[in-house]
Design a protein around this ligand. Structure first.
Ligand code: BGP
Length: 475
């Protein structure tokens, strides 16, 4: 049914904070998330990743399940605080050992490790010292951390993702106050923080090359492709505004080392543009030539419509409960707003389900950037039900992934170079804003306090994806 290249990397992804637990074990330092979840009211029903799904102690069992499924790659992130408990200084050998074990375990089964250097859990010590990404000091500490990983793991790991979804952790951290540091509408800082993150990414990429490695390195971006509401030119302009500010602002810097012109003008007029030196510009450009792929996390597309100056703002209620229809329309006054797409269904969390959007974005990346693509996340968050005999009949997930794979194979057929597809996620895990009830995995994790003890059960989708991999997508 689908066509995929011979060495296609069938994968699945996770992130340290969302699966590991063991938040204060073996010398690990406190992260900004360990800190944030302890502030009352910040997370869904006060959930934390203190234990998460205890992957720290169960990684062998989890990776054995990956091997049983036949995964070709496993994307996971390293917790900075396990390697450098306070962000820099002395290396914590126990942390190195843990990730060495994960990597060895993957390699033992022929699973290619794909490592995310930063998936949002920042050493709290760096926040206490200089407010983390708000200061340019973060760049040196990040590069030092990345270089340590390259030095220790660089021979066994060939795929590196510098930053996961820079667009999301900065938006939720400095605009909507839903992630640490929980700041609201601080636009000036938002753009400055992003600039520091770009520099951190760029310098890490350059360091990787300077150290002589020839593996694959890039960033992963949460890409929400957009459609104009209709052929009214004012809505087409709204789409252009949206893309410049919400997509190309990141993609262009990774791929070209340059900010989009119209968006920069707009921010300058508003007085919120980042301070960018000549030297920074050169670094960004140099690093852009060194990335090997664009990492894309794809969950949904959006519609763009004209939004008047007194229109909706970016700060409408989000659906973090799974109660369909509770999300509000948001946008940027004067530029665009994002109404629901009447042609598409949504998940229980109001995320649009749009397989063709995946073909669309692959085509766009290919023609705009001429870069290979790694789909580093794609999946369906749902309320799964544990039935008798520990079965989970998640046909809706199978259908979701099947349709997205069809769309991906279409993109490949139309000339896009796609190297890997990682589902989010392998086991169920913590959803940052939605607690544990929003499940994504192929493997169910039983959280029932009496019976659960975090037992793992294979869902129907597990067996289905196993066959997809076995047949290289022809099933
Ligand atoms: C991405 C993140 C992941 C993961 C996923 C699902 O933005 O990179 O870490 O959480 O989204 O999102 P959610 O858990 O909000 O449903």
């Amino acid at each position: 049914m689908y066509k995929f290249p011979k060495d296609f990397l069938w994968g699945s992804a996770s992130a340290a904070y969302q699966i590991e637990g063991a938040y204060n074990v073996d010398g690990k330092g406190m992260s900004n998330w360990d800190h944030f979840v302890r502030i009352p009211g910040k997370t869904f029903k006060g959930t934390t990743g203190d234990i998460a799904v205890d992957h720290y102690h169960r990684y062998k069992e989890d990776i054995a399940l990956m091997a049983e499924m036949g995964l070709k790659t496993y994307r996971f992130s390293i917790a900075w605080t396990r390697i450098f408990p306070t962000g820099n200084g002395e290396i914590n050998q126990k942390g190195i050992e843990f990730y060495q074990n994960i990597i060895d375990e993957c390699l033992k089964y022929g699973i290619e490790p794909m490592v995310t250097i930063f998936h949002w859990d920042l050493p709290q010590a760096l926040v206490d010292q200089y407010n983390g990404f708000e200061s340019e000091k973060i760049v040196d500490d990040f590069v030092n951390y990345a270089k340590t990983l390259f030095k220790v793991f660089g021979k066994s790991v060939k795929y590196w993702i510098t930053l996961n979804e820079q667009n999301i952790f900065t938006s939720l951290g400095w605009l909507t106050a839903q992630h640490p540091p929980g700041k609201f509408d601080d636009q000036k800082m938002f753009y400055q923080v992003n600039h520091h993150a770009f520099l951190a990414h760029a310098k890490a990429v350059l360091a990787y090359r300077e150290m002589g490695f020839d593996g694959m390195i890039g960033a992963s971006f949460a890409y929400t492709p957009s459609y104009a509401l209709d052929c009214n030119p004012i809505n087409a302009m709204s789409k252009m505004n949206y893309d410049d500010l919400k997509n190309y602002w990141w993609l262009d810097v990774y791929a070209y080392g340059e900010y989009p012109i119209a968006a920069m003008k707009y921010l300058e007029k508003k007085g919120v543009a980042p301070v960018v030196s000549q030297e920074d510009k050169e670094i960004l450009k140099k690093a852009a030539k060194e990335i090997n792929f664009m990492g894309v996390n794809y969950y949904q597309s959006c519609v763009c419509e004209y939004n008047p100056l007194d229109g909706v703002t970016p700060y409408g209620t989000m659906n973090t409960t799974g109660k369909k229809g509770s999300a509000q329309v948001t946008g940027v006054p004067g530029l665009y707003k994002n109404p629901q797409n009447q042609y598409l269904k949504t998940t229980d969390w109001d995320w649009t389900i749009d397989p063709l959007g995946l073909t669309y974005l692959c085509r766009e990346i290919t023609s705009r950037y001429r870069l290979p693509i790694i789909i580093s996340e794609n999946g369906l968050g749902a309320f799964d039900k544990l039935e008798s005999e520990n079965k989970i009949h998640d046909i809706y997930r199978i259908e979701y992934i099947r349709e997205h794979l069809k769309a991906l194979s279409q993109a490949i057929d139309e000339g896009c170079e796609v190297l890997a597809y990682c589902t989010w996620s392998f086991t169920d895990l913590l959803s940052w804003l939605n607690g544990y009830q929003k499940r994504y995995g192929f493997v169910y994790v039983d959280r029932n306090e009496e019976t659960g003890s975090l037992s793992r059960y294979k869902k129907d989708s597990f067996y289905w994806y196993k066959e997809v991999i076995e047949t290289n997508g022809e099933k």
